[in-house]
Design a protein around this ligand. Structure first.
Ligand code: GRF
Length: 192
């Protein structure tokens, strides 16, 4: 599991026994990520790999891949990981990296997807779970769930409703992923 922030998705995954049994380690790029505290409370090994300790994104991605591989993990689940992974990382886990994004991709990729949906004035946004490839927020889509934008929404209220959906959707899909019932066949998503 890779996480940079509050780790509410990580918590939902930890609370899902079938997923928890497969979590080998939580890796963060930030020492102060609350996600690390959640991992500690769940007795899950933790590591921090800081971007600033590396020359560039390639070197950072290579260290990250080593750490994940050494943990024994066969796949990677991104749960609010806020760094772009270079092909150096993606190639080490081909078709075995899942991400969750707070919009209906391909709409509103990037780090400020919730704000961007509000600014655009759309009536519906949502959640996307997808496999990670070389392009940021563009890999093969596994599932999408809509979240309506309501009168008076601000980034906080909208993100909270999006996260309620995330916390139900991601555990179900990661459960299938760790069981081998969700995988990529070329560019085609198979299952669950
Ligand atoms: C989630 O909304 C997820 O979609 C995005 O980053 C956020 C992480 O939140 N990739 P948390 O750290 O799981 O609370």
């Amino acid at each position: 599991m890779l996480a940079s922030g509050s780790g509410t998705n990580l918590q939902a995954l930890i609370d899902t026994a079938e997923v928890r049994a497969h979590i080998t380690m939580v890796v963060s790029d930030r020492h102060d990520a609350a996600a690390l505290t959640r991992a500690e409370e769940a007795d899950i090994p933790r590591r921090v790999v800081q971007f600033a300790d590396h020359l560039d994104r390639e070197a950072f991605s290579a260290t990250l891949a080593d750490v994940v591989e050494d943990s024994g993990a066969k796949g990677v689940v991104l749960a609010g990981f806020m760094r772009v992974l270079s092909p150096v990382f993606v190639d080490r886990f081909p078709g075995r990296i899942l991400n969750i994004h707070p919009s209906l991709l391909p709409a509103f990729p990037g780090a400020r997807a919730v704000e961007a949906a509000l600014a655009a004035g759309v009536e519906v946004t949502g959640v996307t779970v997808h496999f990670v490839d070389y392009q940021v927020d563009q890999g093969p889509i596994v599932a999408q769930v809509e979240v309506p934008i309501v009168e008076g929404d601000d980034p906080g209220t909208l993100h909270r409703r999006i996260q309620e959906v995330e916390h139900l959707l991601y555990p179900e899909l990661v459960k299938a992923f760790v069981k081998g019932d969700l995988y990529l066949d070329g560019a085609r998503v198979v299952g669950p």
